[in-house]
Design a protein around this ligand. Structure first.
Ligand code: GCU
Length: 628
């Protein structure tokens, strides 16, 4: 706690925020997560995925009584007691819940899939399961949740061990002093409700998917352990490692980072706060990571009796004028956007490695892509590790989306906490090239201040990657030609500019005029078309009329937009909207949408639409001939 506080203090000293001890934020300042637990999946422990019982609580009766005080004993669903046994002993006892005999569900996975009536449920759901443990002396135990949407309370054996706000980043709570020998009972209270101060606010263009969407694990580590390890190649040719130990023996401890295949060992010692900064010149034999050669090295981080394994790709990123450079060479990002939603007619945001592989393979092999925009929030670690393995460059983003409460200090603190949790979880992923701080946020003084703060946080936590944001553009007619440009002051603070442009779908420009639109930029910076596209219901053909939502119309929007894109010399990449149709409560046309956003190039079951072939052909051409 002392060290992490000092880390928070250091972080907050530079940011001017009030150092806080909790993993969450307080008004006026973000906090680094209390624990990072790099590569937690590799740690010893117990996977608590599987069968849990669940109980809905739309009026949050389990949190507080109707009079506003503490929940009555007969309502405390976080309590591990055996209600059946108690009421056998005392038939007059009144309990209006019984977690042990509640309906069962499989976690992880959003509650939309637990039962038909849960499809549109929003609110609080309690989950419980039992598990056996055998705590060992000198070992520390944690509960780690990969993600739960949107607010979560974690109870172990009836004791609140932590809370978290945010639906897409992991949280880790220490339970060393609460874990029992033999049977333990864990309860999660997950509340999907968001308000105007949330990140994101209630209105988005995607399904909320409330509940526990990524794995829950009991993690055990030595008393002093490697909590945060970041190993990377930097532009000066050095391989650097920042290692932070957690525990009573964190200070003045020898640390070794090994890359056996390179015969490389970085050695050093932690300072009094438990942090070590190591560096060594990259060996000549180093094979740099790229989409064509996604080379990953086994890395070990050793301190005392703790050894943490990782798999890391080494590469550099930079911008030079309006080019993005990967390992010093210009690269054009042939991409597509993607939500975290598996293929199938009733997805529940269960992104297993196989589910992610099915989607990323459509990008890499189907579309001849080398890039994926993981919209609009941090995706699962399984997806990121797969992008490392398969060779896809990643745009990672936090859900600072549309109408954020820019003036609200608590909202800023939550957003900063999400940035920190996102970057600290994923800094070892070679595939991530871009950190995005916002999507389509209307320009205002308050919004600029808010986003400048996030950009500052990103640069402090990771100066090795590029910062971007999906901006809005402005267009005007000049001598009969529509000229579009980026008129967003935030562009000055970004490394890579990005624009969502929907000519031909939104706005009144006739489809056949889209290819004539010209782009102007006063910035000598790379531009990514981070979104463009159109909706189409797979199988709806309308070759004569070409109404919107026909496959023909969508394919022509792609043809016209790609023709326009060829005329933008400072364009460095594209991630059209979107790989797959995805659930969105805002999209309710009874024939074409039925609660799905149909801008996918493939349907929810993976059926390719005509536009898929249009983009694939363009990316194949670019891959073989370059853009010019
Ligand atoms: C916006 C937004 C997406 C949305 C898309 C659409 O650009 O960024 O989240 O789904 O447009 O309208 O389909």
């Amino acid at each position: 706690m002392k060290r992490r506080l000092s880390m928070i203090a250091a972080f907050c000293l530079t940011l001017g925020c009030a150092p806080v001890a909790s993993a969450q934020s307080e008004a006026g300042g973000a906090a680094l997560p209390r624990f990072v637990m790099t590569n937690a999946e590799a740690r010893d422990g117990t996977d608590l995925s599987g069968t849990w019982t669940y109980s809905i609580d739309p009026y949050r009766d389990g949190m507080a009584g109707f009079h506003g005080g503490e929940a009555g004993e007969g309502h405390r669903r976080y309590d591990p007691r055996d209600v059946d046994e108690i009421t056998r002993q005392d038939p007059t006892a009144l309990y209006e819940y019984d977690m042990r005999r509640s309906p069962e569900a499989t976690l992880p996975g959003s509650w939309t899939k637990h039962a038909p009536e849960m499809r549109h449920y929003q609110g609080l759901v309690w989950y419980q399961r039992a598990f056996d443990a055998a705590p060992k002396r000198g070992e520390r135990a944690f509960i780690r949740v990969g993600a739960a949407n949107y607010r979560t309370q974690v109870y172990l054996n009836g004791q609140l061990v932590g809370e978290h706000e945010g639906g897409f980043t992991p949280f880790t709570m220490e339970v060393t002093d609460v874990l029992k020998e033999g049977e333990n009972r864990i309860v999660l209270g997950v509340d999907s409700a968001r308000d105007e101060a949330s990140v994101p606010p209630p209105v988005t263009d995607w399904e909320t998917y409330g509940g526990v969407t990524r794995a829950i694990r009991l993690v055990t580590v030595p008393e002093t352990f490697v909590d945060d390890a970041w190993v990377r190649l930097e532009r000066d040719g050095q391989i650097r490692a920042t290692v932070e130990l957690e525990g009573p023996g964190a200070g003045g401890k020898a640390v070794e980072v090994g890359v056996p295949e390179l015969g490389l060992t970085l050695s050093g010692e932690t300072d009094e706060t438990g942090i070590a900064h190591l560096a060594a010149p990259a060996p000549d034999a180093l094979e740099r990571w790229s989409p064509e050669t996604p080379k990953l090295y086994e890395v070990s981080v050793a301190a005392g009796d703790d050894v943490l394994p990782e798999r890391i790709g080494f590469r550099t990123l930079s911008v030079e004028g309006d080019r993005i450079l990967l390992n010093g060479e210009p690269i054009f990002l042939r991409g597509i956007s993607m939500h975290e939603e598996e293929l199938g007619e009733n997805p529940a945001r269960i992104m297993t490695e196989d589910a992610a592989r099915a989607l990323l393979t459509e990008i890499k092999e189907g579309l001849h892509g080398n890039f994926v925009r993981l919209a609009h929030y941090p995706h699962s670690e399984a997806t990121l590790r797969l992008a490392d393995e398969m060779g896809l460059i990643v745009w990672s983003e936090v859900p600072v989306y549309w109408r954020i409460d820019w003036e609200n200090e608590a909202t800023l603190a939550v957003a900063r906490g999400m940035v920190a949790e996102n970057l600290l979880r994923d800094r070892n992923r070679a595939s991530i090239a871009l950190w995005s701080v916002a999507n389509e946020t209307p320009v205002s003084e308050a919004r600029n201040r808010f986003l400048e703060t996030l950009i500052g946080d990103v640069r402090r936590l990771d100066p090795t990657r590029l910062v971007t944001a999906a901006l809005l553009s402005e267009s005007q007619e000049e001598d009969g030609t529509v000229v579009s440009e980026i008129a967003d002051p935030l562009a000055a603070s970004l490394d890579v500019l990005a624009i969502n442009t929907y000519n031909g779908w939104y706005g009144g420009l006739p489809l056949e005029e889209v290819s004539e639109v010209r782009w102007r930029s006063v910035w000598d910076k790379p531009l990514i078309f981070s979104e463009f596209g159109a909706g189409a219901l797979a199988g709806f053909h309308d070759p004569k009329l070409e109404r919107k939502f026909s496959e023909e119309y969508q394919a022509d929007v792609y043809r016209e937009t790609l023709e326009m894109a060829r005329e933008v010399p400072f364009l460095a990449g594209m991630s059209p909207w979107i790989l797959k149709d995805f659930r969105s409560p805002r999209r309710q046309h009874p024939l074409y949408q039925q609660g799905w956003n149909r801008k996918g190039l493939i349907s929810e079951t993976g059926e390719r639409k005509e536009a898929f072939g249009v983009l694939a052909a363009e990316y194949q051409r670019i891959a073989e001939e370059g853009r010019e």
